[in-house]
Each structure stands twice: as structure tokens, then as C-alpha cells.
Write a protein that binds this ligand. Structure first.
Ligand SMILES: [Zn+2]
Length: 491
């Protein structure tokens, strides 16, 4: 209403301002319908700038590949049908993305290969700029370190032989500071001189070692932020005959795609995470940022100031915003609007503080409608209760489950997709843990807790005539939603 503060770099002074408003109201609550203050904002980047595999790590891996070829030779040296893509060949076509999650939903392709060799010039395969200068792979982010903690699997993209791995390194590089160059990673020979790098993995998550034969869809590690990184993400890089290639085809990389299902560049505006809080951000916000803020679905009449935060993708320049607070009876108690003063950004995180007079008087289910760029981003319920003791945990919302492809085939990777709301998946805005249980002919073959909205079954798990089933149980760590399952006969 009166003051709109925004900073792309956090200032404790701004936090302090709101805290002091909270403790010493400058006007009686009855005299004002409320107030809403934009407290902080940050860009959510995946890499701190520069090649996210530093030169010395690349040199080590390249040396390991040379020694491997000398000692072991290429895995499956007979060239299969070779696809032409740009100026390069992709012998092995990828049939699925090698990280759990659904693209453009809980996971996001932040950067592709930079196909413009000139310094300070950017071009991805799609003739847009979803890359950064000199980037050599795909950076695919998860929403927060909270999801990293639950676990987001990384899989072998194709059959192959493991060339080199590293593990045991710190995996929570984020915000500001100097990220380590030591990453947890896996490098795999996928045959026909095609090598893939899987980088920035979670400490202790690497479950394969050099010399292991792997199968497409087999879990090899989990996503995190080890090495030169400031957000949990997978860096997935493809080399053919010693050269980096971009497997996707498009206007700026003509030819056949190296993907069975071509990868989309997601450039639409959407919120991918949201929560209410009854206190501001603890500790150094820049260090806390990728954590995903602990949130609540309850406020009490006595909370002097409450907060909401969100993550947004593809936010337009100078985007207008509007927040409407509705009482339990649906009437508007307070409304506020403003505009961000940022240029277009691919990903950012924001926190607002609010003090709505009637939220200190009226208990029940309140709703906050939030608009961004002229579009409704969501309607977010919050329970206002008398006392803290009335806050009760509620289980996550039920989900839908489906298998992809719809007709599973022997020898192919099978995905299990969960459809859950990114923002309202849990009424208390908790991080949801999905328990996937895969059975083949009634026998459990894979069981995993994951934060991701998909999981896959490795390509050698299914034979013709098998009955395959994926069952998913969402949990907030305390209470669970009903298990949903999908089963099919394998062709
Ligand atoms: Zn990268």
C-alpha cells in the first residue's frame, strides 16, 4: 500500500524494518485494513558463472577416458544407426531424461549447450538463450535443497560402462560464497564413443563405480549442488568421439534429435513453489535461499506479521503483482498491488510480509489470491486459528499416477508420472515425499523415497507378458495421502 521495498541483494535493514513494524505498530490495527511489504528477492541461478566443470576436473576426466579406451576399449564399438544432428553424430538416442521429475513442473531445464563459440554470445539449439557463455551441457534444477535432502534420482541415460566416479564431497553450495570445485559425479561410456557426464551429485549418493556395467534407467546417484554450483541441479553433458555435442535439434541445431521425445524449452510464466510463514527468514538469507523455506498452513490471531514466499519461472520485466486477501466468507478484507522493477528473469525467489487487520479478528479458512504479470498464479488457503495449539498437521493432497509410455514394452525404460499440484500439494505447504513402489508380477523390484514427480524402472526389468505396477504414496513425513497405483501388461 505505502511502501514497496525490493532488493535483488538481501539487506538485513529491510528485514529489520518489517520486524520493527511488527513489534511497534505505527497505527492501531482497526484503523487500517492492512499492509503488504515486498521484503526480498533473489535470482535463482544454477551456476555461479563460468563452465560448471572447472578445467582441472575436465582434465582429470579426459585423462581417465583416454586411459579407459587404451585399457578397456569402447563399450559396444560397433556403430549402430548414426543420427545426424547439427555437425555432430548422436549414435545413442536418449529415450528419457536421466533425472527424476517432470520438466517444466518440479524440474526445469535452466541451461542447454551454448552453440555460439564467440565469447559473450549465447545461443541454444532453439535459437534462444537458455544457456550461458561456454556452457557444455544441460543444467536441470530441482526446486530446493529440501528436495535434494529427500532425494531426486539420477539414472543412466543408456546402457553402458562406468568410466569414472567421484563421491564424498560437500553438496550444498548455494547463495553466495565460493563453491568448491570438487564435485560428486559419474562418467559413463554409452557405446560408439558416446560418453555422458552426470555432475554435481549428492554426497554419498553415487551407487556405481568404474568398471560397472549399467542399464538405461538404472539409478546411479542423486541430484545436489556439489562442485561449482549454487543451486541443486544435474549437469548432463554428452560427448561423441571426444567432442561435446548438443543432442537436441532445433532451428539453431538442425537435424535429427538425439531424444526420442524432443526436449522442450519451457519459457512460460509459472510459480513452482509457495509457502506461508509465521516468522521471517532465519539466518543469512543468501545462505538459506535454496533450502525451500519451512512453511505453515496455519496462522494465529496473535501473529503480528505473517509472510508468504514463492519461486517463479520466466518472470517478465517490470511484472505487475496483486494480492487479494479473502475472509472465510469470501469477502475481500484487503488488497494490494505493485510492480517488480526487475528485468525478465528465468527464475527468482520472493518474500512478502503482510499484516491484514481482520486476520487478527476472524478465524477460519482465509485465502490469498496472487496475480503476476496480469495472470492469476494461484489461490492459497491458510487457516487462521486462535492459538498455536490448534495447528494440526494435515496430510498431502491425493495425487494421480500414470505410466509412460502407456503401453510398456520389454527392454525399454518405463516412467511413472505423478500429477500433483506444485503449490497446493500439501495444505501445510510442507515438502512432499513420494514413496514409489514398483512391482513386476507382484514382486517388489524398486522402492524409493523421492521428492520428484516421476520415477523410472530400468530397461532390463520387464519381459513380455509381465504385469508391471507403480504405486505412489505421498507423505509429509508425518501423515500420508492414499496410495495410488497404475498397472499394465508388458507388450
Ligand atoms: Zn552445467
Amino acid at each position: 500500500m505505502r511502501f514497496t521495498k525490493m532488493a535483488l541483494v538481501a539487506t538485513c535493514a529491510v528485514l529489520g524494518l518489517l520486524a520493527s513494524i511488527a513489534i511497534v505498530p505505527t497505527e492501531p490495527i482497526a484503523a487500517t485494513a492492512g499492509r503488504l511489504v515486498l521484503i526480498q528477492g533473489f535470482p535463482t541461478a544454477a551456476t555461479p558463472g563460468g563452465d560448471d566443470i572447472p578445467a582441472e576436473r575436465r582434465a582429470e576426466v579426459e585423462q581417465a577416458v583416454r586411459e579407459y579406451v587404451r585399457d578397456v576399449g569402447w563399450y559396444r564399438p560397433d556403430p549402430g544407426p548414426v543420427l545426424r544432428n547439427g555437425n555432430s553424430a548422436v549414435p545413442g538416442r536418449y529415450s528419457f531424461y536421466p533425472m527424476a521429475g517432470r520438466l517444466g513442473r518440479d524440474i526445469f531445464h535452466r541451461n542447454f549447450v551454448d552453440l555460439d563459440p564467440r565469447p559473450n554470445s549465447l545461443q541454444d539449439f532453439n535459437c534462444t538463450t537458455y544457456t550461458y557463455d561456454g556452457h557444455l551441457g544441460y543444467d536441470t534444477t530441482v526446486r530446493s535443497f529440501a528436495e535434494k535432502d529427500v532425494g531426486v534420482p539420477v539414472y543412466a541415460a543408456l546402457n553402458g560402462l562406468v568410466i569414472r566416479t567421484d563421491d564424498g564431497h560437500y553438496d550444498e553450495n548455494g547463495g553466495v560464497g565460493a563453491p568448491s570445485t570438487m564435485a560428486n559425479y559419474v562418467v559413463i561410456d554409452h557405446g560408439n564413443q558416446q560418453v555422458a557426464y552426470y555432475w554435481h551429485l549428492k554426497n554419498g549418493s553415487v551407487v556405481v563405480q568404474a568398471g560397472d556395467e549399467v542399464v538405461a534407467g538404472q539409478q546411479i546417484g542423486q541430484t545436489a549442488s556439489s562442485g561449482f554450483s549454487n543451486w541443486p541441479h544435474l549437469h548432463f553433458e554428452t560427448h561423441v568421439a571426444g567432442a561435446v555435442i548438443e543432442p537436441s535439434s532445433g532451428g539453431c541445431n538442425p537435424g535429427e534429435s538425439g531424444w526420442t521425445d524432443p526436449i522442450r524449452v519451457v519459457s512460460s510464466l509459472y510459480l513452482d513453489d509457495f509457502g506461508f510463514r509465521d516468522s521471517g527468514m532465519p539466518g543469512d538469507p543468501m545462505k538459506r535461499l535454496p533450502w525451500g523455506m519451512e512453511s505453515t498452513g496455519h496462522l494465529t490471531l496473535k501473529d503480528p506479521v505473517a509472510y508468504f514466499w514463492f519461486q517463479v519461472k520466466s518472470m517478465p520485466a517490470s511484472a505487475p503483482w496483486r494480492a487479494v486477501f479473502r475472509r472465510p466468507n469470501g469477502s475481500v478484507a484487503y488488497e494490494e498491488s505493485g510492480a517488480f522493477s526487475t528485468p525478465f528473469n528465468r527464475g527468482s525467489w520472493w518474500m512478502f510480509g503482510f499484516d491484514v487487520a481482520d486476520m487478527h479478528e476472524i478465524t477460519g479458512t482465509w485465502e490469498m489470491e496472487f496475480y503476476l504479470g496480469g495472470r492469476k498464479m494461484g489461490v492459497f488457503p491458510v487457516e487462521v486459528v486462535q492459538r498455536r495449539a490448534q495447528k494440526v498437521n494435515r496430510p498431502p493432497k491425493p495425487v494421480k499416477v500414470r505410466l509412460w509410455p502407456k503401453r510398456p514394452r520389454a527392454g525399454e525404460v518405463l516412467s511413472c508420472h505423478v500429477t500433483a499440484d506444485l503449490l497446493l500439494d500439501d495444505p501445510d505447504y510442507d515438502v512432499v515425499i513420494f514413496r514409489y513402489e514398483w512391482t513386476v508380477n507382484g514382486e517388489v523390484v524398486r522402492k524409493i523415497n523421492s521428492a520428484a514427480h516421476s520415477d523410472v524402472l530400468r530397461a532390463d526389468a520387464l519381459r513380455r507378458g509381465d504385469r508391471v505396477r507403480c504405486a505412489v504414496t505421498p507423505s509429509d513425513g508425518v501423515d500420508s495421502a492414499p496410495t495410488k497405483a497404475r498397472g499394465r501388461r508388458v507388450k
